[in-house]
Design a protein around this ligand. Structure first.
Ligand SMILES: Cc1cc2nc3c(=O)[nH]c(=O)nc-3n(C[C@H](O)[C@H](O)[C@H](O)COP(=O)(O)OP(=O)(O)OC[C@H]3O[C@@H](n4cnc5c(N)ncnc54)[C@H](O)[C@@H]3O)c2cc1C
Ligand code: FES
Length: 265
């Protein structure tokens, strides 16, 4: 069940260059939220812009909903100006989240893909002694603060994080899919049974192909332009394997990678 309500802003702080952490008082949505789900948020209490923007649920605790967002355009720029005490129309939780029933899950995040993955990790930490994450960033200059924030929230010894960076400034130099390939090749016989991934589309495509090659189930959290968020406008259509389309806001945003036609995406 999804709800629509005016959520009071508790805080809205920069945590890195063009990256903000927004905390909203929205107990009804926070209680119902599951990792991988998202909310539609009107970024300003004023009339403009009319269309809400989709954001993954980064965390939900004590009646608060956390959103980790990057400034991209007009809407997210306006969102940075939302002051504590102001109210933003929010509806959710929306969409299909991650299926967290795997026995040996492996999480893979690229860039802002950490937003929903962090919530999934919190969930999995209640179930497992150890949770593994492969995290790819473009470079620490841009993502240093994000890494700190991420490590702070998930600082538990139970979370084992391996980083890759394109400029080699943190972790292994290269792409997160290089780490994934290495992980698959070296983790026998305890190879993960499921990969849960979020990040840019080219990364997700590469993750999906690798998982298929190594015969590991894969769930991808996909981003698509969303106008309504509730299945009505078809703006978020994703080409489906075998023909037709899937709506990212209804059949996703988390989809089994095998359901997606990655060639057409
Ligand atoms: C299910 C879902 C969850 C998301 N979760 C997060 C999150 O947790 N944190 C976060 O920072 N962002 C997230 N996004 C992306 C976020 O919705 C967009 O960045 C935001 O809507 C941009 O609004 P804007 O008005 O600032 O930019 P606009 O002026 O609308 O666009 C600026 C640029 O961003 C691109 N863009 C806009 N919307 C999207 C989109 N949906 N996917 C890819 N590119 C887009 C446009 O093509 C354009 O190049 C998510 C998107 C979806 C669909
Ligand atoms: S955003 Fe309208 S159908 Fe998905």
């Amino acid at each position: 069940m999804s709800l629509s309500l005016k959520a009071k802003v508790s805080s809205n702080e920069p945590v890195g260059p063009e990256i903000y952490l927004l905390s909203l008082e929205a107990p009804a949505i926070a209680d119902a939220a599951r990792p991988g789900q998202f909310v539609m948020l009107r970024v300003s209490p004023g009339p403009e812009p009319l269309l809400a923007r989709p954001f993954s649920i980064h965390g939900a605790d004590g009646g608060k909903l956390l959103i980790l967002y990057q400034v991209k355009g007009k809407g997210t720029k306006l969102l940075t100006q939302a002051c504590p005490g102001s109210e933003l129309l929010t509806w959710g939780p929306l969409g299909r989240g991650f299926d967290l029933t795997a026995e040996r899950p492996l999480l893979v995040a690229g860039g802002m893909g950490v937003a929903p993955i962090a919530f999934a990790i919190e969930y999995l930490c209640n179930k497992f002694d150890e949770v593994r994450l492969l995290c790819g960033v473009a470079g620490t200059v841009r993502h240093e603060a994000l890494i700190k924030l991420f490590a702070g929230r998930l600082g538990s010894a139970r979370v084992k994080i391996r980083y890759s960076s394109e400029d080699g400034s943190i972790g292994r130099k290269g792409l997160v899919t290089d780490l994934l390939k290495e992980h698959f090749s070296t983790s026998q016989p305890l190879k993960p049974d499921t990969v849960l991934a979020c990040g840019p589309l080219p990364m997700l495509k590469a993750v999906a192909l690798l998982c298929a090659e190594f015969e590991v189930a894969c769930q991808t959290s996909l981003e698509a332009p969303m106008a309504c968020g509730v299945g009505a406008c078809l703006g978020c259509a994703i080409p489906a394997a075998g023909g037709g389309y899937l709506r990212a806001c209804q059949e996703g945003p988390v989809m089994e990678a095998s359901l997606v036609d990655w060639e057409k995406i």
